[in-house]
Design a protein around this ligand. Sequence first.
Ligand SMILES: *[C@@H]1O[C@H](CO)[C@@H](O)[C@H](O)[C@H]1NC(C)=O
Ligand SMILES: *[C@@H]1O[C@H](CO)[C@@H](O)[C@H](O)[C@H]1NC(C)=O
Ligand SMILES: *[C@@H]1O[C@H](CO)[C@@H](O)[C@H](O)[C@H]1NC(C)=O
Ligand SMILES: *[C@@H]1O[C@H](CO)[C@@H](O)[C@H](O)[C@H]1NC(C)=O
Ligand SMILES: *[C@@H]1O[C@H](CO)[C@@H](O)[C@H](O)[C@H]1NC(C)=O
Ligand SMILES: *[C@@H]1O[C@H](CO)[C@@H](O)[C@H](O)[C@H]1NC(C)=O
Ligand SMILES: *[C@@H]1O[C@H](CO)[C@@H](O)[C@H](O)[C@H]1NC(C)=O
Length: 457
Amino acid sequence: MGGFKTLILLQLVYFCGCMDQLHILYEWKQLDFEFPTPEARMQAIESKSFIPENNIPMGIEIYEDRLFVTVPRWKSGVPASLNYINLKDNSTTSPKLIPYPSWAAHSIGMDGKPPEIVSPFRVRADRCGRLWVLDNGKMGNLEKNTTKFPPALIIYDLKNDNLIRKYVFPADQVKEDSGFANIAVEDTDCEKTYAYAGDVGKPGLIVYSWEKNESWRISHHYFHPDPLACDFSVKGFNFSWTDALFGLGLSAPNADNYSTLYFHPMASYDEFSVSTMYLRNASIAEANFGAFNVLGSRGPNAQSSVSFVDPKTGVLFYSLVNLNAVACWKTSNKEYLMKNQGRIYMNEVTMVYPTDIKVDYNDNLWILSNRMPVWMYGRLNPEEVNFRVFSAPVVDAISHTACDITPRSDIFDKFVNKIKNATNSVVAKIKPNSGTAISPFSILSVLFISWIISLTI
Ligand SMILES: *[C@@H]1O[C@H](CO)[C@@H](O)[C@H](O)[C@H]1NC(C)=O
Ligand SMILES: *[C@@H]1O[C@H](CO)[C@@H](O)[C@H](O)[C@H]1NC(C)=O
Ligand SMILES: *[C@@H]1O[C@H](CO)[C@@H](O)[C@H](O)[C@H]1NC(C)=O
Ligand SMILES: *[C@@H]1O[C@H](CO)[C@@H](O)[C@H](O)[C@H]1NC(C)=O
Ligand SMILES: *[C@@H]1O[C@H](CO)[C@@H](O)[C@H](O)[C@H]1NC(C)=O
Ligand SMILES: *[C@@H]1O[C@H](CO)[C@@H](O)[C@H](O)[C@H]1NC(C)=O
Ligand SMILES: *[C@@H]1O[C@H](CO)[C@@H](O)[C@H](O)[C@H]1NC(C)=O
């Protein structure tokens, strides 16, 4: 029945047009840096302290006029591992990165003295005007020539860019295989702030108290990788990763003033949660392992790296690395089921390896994609765009998805009106004068069912 196919197609085109509402604000074929002079840049290239193809953007953060970009030192030739671009400068969509807080903070001493910032993957700007830099501390680990410095939290004052604190994780909290890739900051109280750093290498969570200037390490079996979820396939590259705790999304404070931490290991299909009440003290966490909840599964192939909760709408955003997509779930929804997950953006060219997701303080969603598996296991084509920064207001990004915050009935009414119109015109075309026409009602049901399907991934 040709009419049926037409209807499905019509419906998919119609509704898919409502999703994927993000805009690409910045894109790069290769990264470049704002060197003090063109000569300094040439010299850096000659001395191999700048090797353009070894630079890949990994994390982003947005604060006022700046977009921060981390560039981990996985390979040699990374001139600065934390940088920013000026959001007010609209002269180019491929801006050069400006080292933060200065070039000096990234220079390696002649005596091998490490730079102030070694190799951060992700950073977080809290609402109190502090930038929390989670420094993984390893250099050259992809060139089988790892230099290890202790991982640390480095905290800057965003008003004047001064270093306000450097906290090196105590040796007994860092394991042989530790890797610190992601951070969440609970800033409900600017003095009693807590930072949570996930260990992807050796399952664990380091919790840091700003007030006490102390940290402790929490273990839980939900931080472990799922052995049945370690196979990945991105752009024809198949690989196996046993990454542990990665996604960390903090809700707005609950009635008891503690937030909920939504978390998942990277090698996992499942999502978990825990009240931060149980993370404030390692022995309390251990005594209450039952306070950690399993929410449910995203389904096959749905491993996720980063995640982020928009505190205002309570929507949890997360990457789907095998699917070249970013999806969402409303935390107010009791059920973490596949059908309750919405698709924010999916694209096999532009969204290959979504690597960071943030919501800024003006309610905009930001996403960075970087094609990392291609960079790691193959080679990026320097003639193609490889890195992209997407953005859109949260309300636009979630509109017409399962995470839409418009009351359900409104969406339903709008939908029914649109369908009535579409149905009327289609019916008029395919059955101009037949008494046995498919009833508009049955077409409506087909459309409704496929609408439901289109909302799930
Ligand atoms: C760039 O920014 C300037 C100043 O903010 C503004 O006048 C100009 O219209 C902008 N250009 C574009 C292309 O948006
Ligand atoms: C390993 O790192 C050291 C110190 O950074 C450097 O001097 C050396 O050339 C590197 N070796 C290789 C094989 O890259
Ligand atoms: C925090 O603790 C670290 C070491 O544990 C110490 O080096 C640092 O000076 C302390 N900072 C403050 C502000 O107390
Ligand atoms: C990679 O994995 C995909 C999906 O699991 C599979 O279809 C494909 O055949 C694999 N390719 C190779 C080269 O192993
Ligand atoms: C939560 O914090 C607010 C503001 O600090 C305070 O007024 C309120 O009493 C706290 N609520 C609980 C349950 O502790
Ligand atoms: C953690 O909780 C235990 C048990 O309630 C308590 O004895 C201990 O003093 C607490 N530790 C810290 C650092 O607050
Ligand atoms: C449906 O069509 C009517 C008139 O034909 C129009 O007023 C209405 O806005 C349309 N509704 C939608 C949702 O497109």
